[in-house]
Write a protein that binds this ligand. Structure first.
Ligand code: ATP
Length: 492
């Protein structure tokens, strides 16, 4: 079995990856057996953060758009789905092996990274020409040409340093398995490589049962599986991951306008969840997928560079048209406004829950030096938006006696039905603050002796460490406001 190898190229990123493990965000899968390449498990804090992210996406897409509804389709689908979608014949990546290091690479990624070097040197023209040349070759399935390009550009293997390359071959990324007990060819089914097809095959079910009028959208969150050639950069490229997708069904001819609308709507969402504008950008596709007539990525600047976190695609009527052909069932809509039947066009927004999670984690990770000389200390904390933070508040009696735990417990009991709070009485208050900083808890509530007399507690704010005295009777209202998802949704 392949072992987990995760070359981490940068110190900050390395720190983030070990922080994620040490504080219960992300663990390598089946680690006691040395892990499984490109598969990860979310820990006790990771799952809270991920659920909060998915919740914000779901609410933003469905609750805030009257014409978007959600579904939850199965991972297994009839195998003809993947014939119709083009995945059986076309969902592959060009791969190349280095004969000396025996390492496998995606040929297109090697060329794109090489072009990025030209760009970094200020040679934008050369970078663009190279990427366009590659895109043309891939479009024509000219794999020999791609190999020659790698050789003529003197691209070498980062491990062996040589240019001793094999031919370029196409490698299908779908995982297959068998249904039933007989392992015959006809029983082969696939683990879905994208959630989108579950939406397309349900287009008419939703349209009819919900009496939906075009334009309307169907949203879904779910697992997808791809046998990625190169497993790298932690949860950025996994073999089992989660997508949050929305297909927006429109009148043919209106795709440009809707493509622009969704591009901007989605960019706004990434800013609203706290990713800084300077770390986000659009990147137009050079090489369009078989189903798209326009495509753009939203990229986030990870410690290892600007990389795709979301794709927005104008998919035309490719998918519904193809399902109509393969299923021999009409996938059409009668538009009463124009008195016409047509196969709707689709604009899709597709974002990886794991990639946004990683972006949010990288952005939140903060190492701060405070004090001078001998007093100098390093403080590490995760500055998550309070609505996304795994734990919203920690209730901390400053001592374990004098009735303070009892009062703190009453506060905890009162809050736990409204938000995820923890109660802790072990160790000094300073140590407890540090533990909460490390998992990104925005508020620590200290209960002290004065609390018994003045009915007040101290709120310590994570990012500033500023402390504020508030009435216990006001606490729930203050915290509820501060951690509400509404604070993100209002920005959209
Ligand atoms: P890439 O070029 O990085 O392989 P892609 O263009 O194939 O990604 P899409 O098919 O557009 O990706 O999928 C939509 C989204 O799903 C991506 O923007 C990404 O956030 C997520 N995604 C795709 N593949 C993976 C993966 N292997 N691991 C984690 N997330 C993924």
């Amino acid at each position: 079995m392949e072992k987990k190898v995760a070359p981490i190229e940068n110190t900050t990123f390395k720190n983030i990856v070990s922080h994620a493990k040490e504080y219960g965000f992300v663990f390598p899968s089946s680690e006691i057996y040395d892990g499984l390449a490109a598969v990860y498990d979310y820990g006790q804090n990771g799952v809270e953060l991920k659920n909060n992210l998915k919740n914000v996406w779901w609410k933003a897409m469905t609750q805030l758009h009257e014409n978007v509804v959600g579904i939850d389709a199965a991972i297994f689908m009839h195998p003809t789905t993947w014939k119709a979608s083009g995945h059986v014949d076309g969902f592959s990546d060009p791969m190349i092996d280095n004969k000396d290091s025996k390492k496998r690479y995606r040929a297109d990624v090697l060329i794109e990274e090489h072009a990025a070097k030209y760009e970094a040197e200020g040679n934008l023209e050369k970078a663009t020409t190279l990427v366009q040349q590659m895109a043309r070759m891939l479009e024509k399935e000219d794999l020999k040409g791609v190999q020659e390009l790698i050789i003529s550009e003197k691209i070498t293997c980062p491990v062996s340093g040589t240019a001793n390359w094999t031919d370029v071959r196409q490698f299908n990324l779908m995982f297959s398995t068998q249904v039933g007990s007989v392992a015959e060819e006809s029983n082969t089914i696939y683990l879905r490589p994208e959630t989108a097809q579950g939406i397309f095959v349900n287009f008419l079910n939703v349209q009819k049962s919900g009496r939906m009028k075009i334009p309307f959208g169907i949203a879904q969150i779910g697992k997808a599986f791809r046998n990625e050639i190169v497993a790298r950069q932690f949860t950025f490229r996994m073999r089992e991951f989660e997508q949050m997708e929305m297909q927006f069904f429109i009148r043919p001819g209106e795709e440009k306008q809707w493509y622009e609308t969704w591009k901007n709507t989605r960019m706004k969402w990434h800013k609203a969840i706290g990713l800084p504008e300077r770390h986000l950008k659009f990147h137009d596709h050079e090489k369009l997928a078989h189903y798209a007539n326009a495509a753009v990525d939203i990229e986030y600047q990870f410690p290892f560079g600007f990389k795709e976190i979301e794709g927005i695609h104008s998919r035309t009527d490719f998918d519904l048209g193809s399902h109509e052909k393969y299923s021999k069932k009409k996938q059409q809509y009668f538009d009463t406004e124009i008195n016409k039947n047509y196969v709707p066009y689709v604009v899709e927004t597709s974002v990886g829950a794991d990639r946004v999670f990683l972006a949010i984690l990288c952005n939140a990770y903060t190492e701060e030096i405070t004090g001078e000389g001998e007093e100098q200390k390093q403080r590490t904390y995760l500055k998550f938006h309070p609505a996304l933070a795994p734990v919203k508040a920690a209730i901390l009696p400053i001592t374990k006696k004098d009735g303070l735990p009892e009062l703190a417990r009453t506060i905890f009991e009162d809050l736990r039905y409204d938000m995820n709070v923890v109660y802790e009485e072990r160790d000094s208050i300073g140590k407890r603050y540090t533990r909460q900083d490390l998992i990104g808890t925005p508020f620590c509530i200290a209960v002290d002796h004065d609390s018994l007399i003045d009915n007040c507690v101290t709120i310590r704010h994570r990012d500033t460490t500023i402390q504020e005295r508030v009435k216990i009777s006001d606490l729930k209202e203050i915290l509820t406001q501060a951690v509400s998802v509404k604070r993100i949704l209002e920005l959209l």
